[in-house]
Design a protein around this ligand. Structure first.
Ligand SMILES: [Zn+2]
Length: 304
């Protein structure tokens, strides 16, 4: 069973140079890492010359990236501006156009998954999200796109949705989820206890059909407030029990079902992010096992 570790949040736009992609790919290989999530987070479909918006990469660039990352599993991340939890037909039309673009690029990249945020947890958010996901799953099927949508567990309590809700909806619709454990932790999810993590794995097994895909898992440190996630920080900060979490996944033979993507905010550019991701792999390769999450003070300290 292969363990896949890499990093998330590598920006990919029309202005990304081929050399930058190659540098990231080589950096992954040098560290024994085998996954990356390319982010279209700042990409726009139409760019007004006066705006700061960036264009998506072209299909030719995506094909180049596919070659640069040969042997490395790729995922993609849609822009943060997407909202699918709202009833506004304008927003939904725009989101749909973004999904089509993401699917096409995902196809060229042979991307495993497409991570995205659902949006604010407003009135009837669940219905809107479900309906939207059903539509795009139909689009996906009609065109035979390979990439599987993966709505992300939200970090802010005012955002849609918690781990449980995201898993249930994804199960109904037939897609993956992106399990961001820092988000889950920041909104008070029970990933600090063994029972809590086991219950989550059970829910995943009951609801999500992997269909040959791997489920993306985002790992980082986080600073949280009463309202949930405030910002991502290095792994060592913020009390996210990532080593404990990984110990349970390893023990449950779960590592072959996921892609572990480090999303920690660190300094040092791409090299810093690669090194941070490598610490996840190093932990898994070591005999170290964290049996429980004892650091209660840390949790309280971060929930201000
Ligand atoms: Zn994330």
């Amino acid at each position: 069973m292969s363990v896949m570790v890499g990093f998330a949040g590598f920006p990919f736009t029309r202005f990304t140079e081929r050399e930058a992609l190659e540098e990231a790919a080589n950096g992954l290989r040098e560290r024994g890492l085998s996954a990356v999530e390319l982010s279209f987070s700042r990409c726009r479909l139409y760019v007004n010359p006066k705006s700061q918006g960036l264009m998506y990469p072209s299909l030719a660039q995506a094909e180049e990236a596919k070659m640069a990352f040969e042997g490395i599993m790729i995922g993609v991340h849609a822009p943060y501006t997407l909202v699918i939890s709202s009833p506004s037909s304008k927003r939904r039309r725009l989101a749909k156009a973004h999904f089509t673009m993401n699917f096409k690029l995902g196809e060229a990249l042979l991307a495993n998954h497409l991570t995205f945020h659902c949006g604010p947890a407003g009135e009837n958010a669940e219905e809107h999200v479900k309906e939207f996901l059903r539509e795009i799953m139909k689009v996906r099927e009609e065109h035979g796109y390979v990439t599987m949508p993966a709505p992300e567990v939200a970090g802010k309590k005012g955002s849609f949705a918690s781990f449980e809700t995201t898993v249930r909806i994804a199960g109904e619709v037939g897609c993956l989820i992106c399990w961001d454990i820092a988000h889950d932790y920041a909104r008070g999810g029970l990933i600090t206890t063994r029972d809590g993590i086991l219950r989550r794995l059970e829910l995943l097994d009951d609801h999500i059909q992997l269909k040959g895909y791997r489920m993306p898992v985002h790992i980082s440190g986080v600073v949280a407030t009463r309202r949930g996630e405030k910002k991502h920080v290095p792994l060592a900060r913020g009390g996210v029990p990532w080593m404990f979490f990984l110990s349970v996944l390893r023990e449950q033979n779960y590592l072959g079902k996921v892609i572990l993507l480090c999303e920690a905010k660190v300094s040092g550019g791409v090299r810093g992010r690669l090194d941070e991701a490598a610490s996840i792999l190093k932990f898994l390769q070591s005999d170290k096992k964290v049996e429980s999450y004892r650091d209660k003070t840390k949790i309280d300290g971060f929930f201000m």
